[in-house]
Design a protein around this ligand. Structure first.
Ligand SMILES: *[C@@H]1O[C@H](CO)[C@@H](O)[C@H](O)[C@H]1NC(C)=O
Ligand SMILES: *[C@@H]1O[C@H](CO)[C@@H](O)[C@H](O)[C@H]1NC(C)=O
Ligand SMILES: *[C@@H]1O[C@H](CO)[C@@H](O)[C@H](O)[C@H]1NC(C)=O
Length: 375
């Protein structure tokens, strides 16, 4: 018995190099992707099968996550290796968990940029400046959305118009700042557990045709979403709408058959620029609150290179213009933007840190929320 005990460590030491070599080899060839739905999991499994069939070096595994936060935790502790995420989640993954990016999506148009957030107003509204929005009426697509909340509130905090104070109560600070406004969902229990978010943030909301669901976090509120925020300004209930640069073009020329949209003309509206000036609707490239970066692939720092190399092989085989499995399409899976955005043209390597991908203006907007309890 005693002899065995003494022998065991020696035998174990001999095995150790073998164990760690096979451990490293295994880690080096497998990339496990964190997926969030049945549809995404199926696309991931099909990709894995097609990659194996083509003898592409490396093995893709698909790991099911409960939500983005869970995927971040899994990547951090090694239960998963990678997942594509929205800009806001990339910031949390980087700042709070030290994760980095292997690759980012490039959409048609400007590299790495998904869209611009702009401030839109009626041309007839004079004396309106983004530098003096106090007591103005504002229309937001939704609570805690990038377009309707993170970017505009981040801008107003950065320019010291909104002061959050030590309470870090953003809804209250925003309610004190603006006049009658519409932030759909601001009074939902999910965003307002104590029921004391300011009522004025629902006063420019209109609900459905029967005046029900006022301020609802859904399309039943007719001022919900980007089209709804635009409508809110078009109908003169708000002074300014925070929308995407594409929102106006998505709702003109009969693309939206609702009467408010049919009555709308390009000449009726203008952009408000962050320096206090104004511009035409097509001048969003120099008159925007933020350029929102496209989604990118979150990984552990030490996996940046390895995961990029694997993705490079996958997109060479299954990127745009190839037959068979299509990496940037979700057709046939009953969902959209699975694994990657459907608008992706190709993936590009991210060599710098996650903040280089997010860009200085967008990072500044997010920094405004670094209040107690952010991480
Ligand atoms: C390849 O992908 C297609 C979908 O594009 C799927 O039907 C097929 O089963 C996949 N092949 C393998 C070997 O997994
Ligand atoms: C890793 O994190 C996930 C998500 O929090 C958790 O479910 C899992 O048990 C963790 N695994 C390990 C090995 O710590
Ligand atoms: C943030 O505020 C500072 C000071 O007002 C300003 O110089 C800077 O341009 C602002 N940044 C952004 C991204 O708006």
């Amino acid at each position: 018995m005693e002899r065995l005990d003494r022998k065991l460590p020696a035998a174990f030491l001999l095995l150790l190099p073998l164990l760690s070599v096979s451990g490293v080899a295994n880690q080096k060839t497998t990339v496990s992707w964190c997926v969030l739905s049945d549809a995404e999991e199926q696309k991931c499994l099909d990709l894995a099968g097609n990659a194996t069939a083509l003898n592409i070096r490396g093995t893709l595994q698909c790991v099911r996550g409960l939500n983005t936060r869970d995927c971040i935790d899994k990547i951090k502790n090694g239960t998963a290796d990678a997942a594509s995420m929205f800009a806001d989640d990339i910031y949390a993954a980087g700042l709070c968990h030290g994760l980095e990016l292997a690759a980012g999506e490039s959409h048609n148009g400007v590299d790495g940029i998904s869209y611009y957030v702009v401030a839109m107003a009626r041309r007839s509204s004079s004396d309106l400046s983004l530098l003096e929005m106090h007591e103005r009426s504002s229309c937001h697509p939704g609570m805690r959305t990038t377009v309707g909340w993170t970017v505009p509130i981040g801008y107003l905090v950065n320019t010291s118009q909104i002061r959050v104070g030590e309470q870090c109560n953003f809804p209250r600070a925003v309610g004190n700042f603006f006049g009658y406004s519409c932030v759909p969902g601001v009074k939902d229990p999910q965003h307002d557990p104590r029921g004391n978010n300011p009522k004025n943030l629902c006063e420019a909301c209109i609900g459905d045709d029967n005046d029900r669901h006022i301020c609802a976090n859904s399309h039943r509120e007719r001022h919900y979403g980007e089209a709804g925020a635009l409508r809110c300004v078009a109908e003169n209930l708000g002074d300014v709408a925070f929308v995407k640069h594409t929102t106006i073009f998505d709702n003109l020329d009969g693309k939206n058959q609702e009467s408010w949209a049919l009555d709308l003309e390009l000449e009726d509206l203008k952009l408000l620029c962050p320096d206090g000036t104004e511009a035409g609707l097509d001048e969003y490239e120099h008159c925007h609150l933020a350029a929102v970066p496209a989604n990118a692939v979150v990984v552990r720092m030490e996996d940046k290179c390895r995961v990029w190399k694997f993705l490079e092989r996958l997109q060479n085989a299954f990127g745009n213009g190839h037959q068979g499995f299509s990496l940037f399409s979700s057709v046939g899976y009953g969902g959209s933007d699975l694994l990657f955005s459907d608008a992706t043209h190709h993936l590009q390597r991210v060599l710098g840190s996650y903040t280089s991908w997010l860009g200085p203006t967008y990072t500044t907007m997010l920094q405004a929320f670094e209040c107690e309890g952010f991480c």
